[in-house]
Write a protein that binds this ligand. Sequence first.
Ligand code: SF4
Length: 398
Amino acid sequence: MNSVRSDLPANAALRHVYVHFPFCAHKCPYCDFNSHARRDGEIDGYIDALLAEARAWSGRVAAETIFIGGGTPTHCTAAQLERYVAALCSLLAPTPAAEVTVEANPGSVDAAKVAALVRSGVNRVSMGAQSFHDHHLKTLGRIHAAHDTERSAAVVRDGGIPRLSLDLILATPSQTLAEQAHDVQRVLALEPEHVSAYVLTYEEGTVFTKRMREGKLPPPRPERELEHLHLVRDALEAAGRARYEISNFALAGAESRHNLAYWRNADWLGLGAGAHSHVGGRRWKNVEDPAGYARAIGLQGDAPVWSEAVSPPWQLFESLMMGLRLVSGVDLDALADRYGMDVRIEHAAALARHQAAGFLRLEGSRMMLTETGLDVANAVICDFVPDVPPPVTKSLKP
Ligand code: SF4
């Protein structure tokens, strides 16, 4: 019995839950998520396992945010969607004001599915628009066209989902700045409360990275990526979607509360294949393969494949790594209370160096990246790595 539940403090408060649905209609060549195409026959068994895992945790959760991501959570029938989303929303005891998000892809939602989401308690849909140029969507290996995004966004709105977030991928191969500008205007025309805009990254093990190494796709060019990001930032901000995280923009009050919990290094519970959890200084990951995950849940009621205890210096570093992505930065007094270490003392040299370079600034007890610092966030954050061994991962045989 591997149960991580018994290792946690009985009063561990679980307020943020991520749920993974690992099935997609098609595997995109740039994607390194735990997502699988042509395995739809496994969906019903997977839902059974997911609900069994949620049931095992249910007494310990009062969810302020639930985020159902993937994969493509809407890549199933309306009946399957309602079966698992409604049951999750009941088992995870969302508070009356909870934010309940479901990711969807253009073309994967219709009126029946949106009605099922609304009946289940979903109040936010995050949709992967990615581009509004069909030739770039084709390069990205996406199976939708620009008009599918417009049609699906209308279905979501007409069905009564109050909040819509749209994702864009920036600086795709051969994309011009004029095309990027056009994409943002097409996004804004759909009036999303929230926009995520991530530069295309070449992840290890993806088809895109292999093609790039073979010289068939251009390698990333950081200056070009920043040009695209700045253009998108300026257009979104001009339209009232303030940048609140390096790649995320929202109308006031429409920030993603679930993602804010990650960036503030709050505890969260992850359910489903490959999901990570981070509760009370302990972190673990579930079995990644959907069938293996379902088998482990059936045999033993949970499916952790490894777990690790994160020491306070590393928790502090992770809080900086995540929190400095936020435009509002981190509260150093609060971090000192939480971890018993003050960044102004522990990392005085790095702090002074990046302040002098104009990358970091202090405002009272808050530390944040400057506008220039946000462009080089990773390099700045690396300077805060603690001088103690990293967490030791303990393998758990499911
Ligand atoms: S739809 Fe999303 S999760 Fe699925 S393969 Fe494409 S990028 Fe990955």
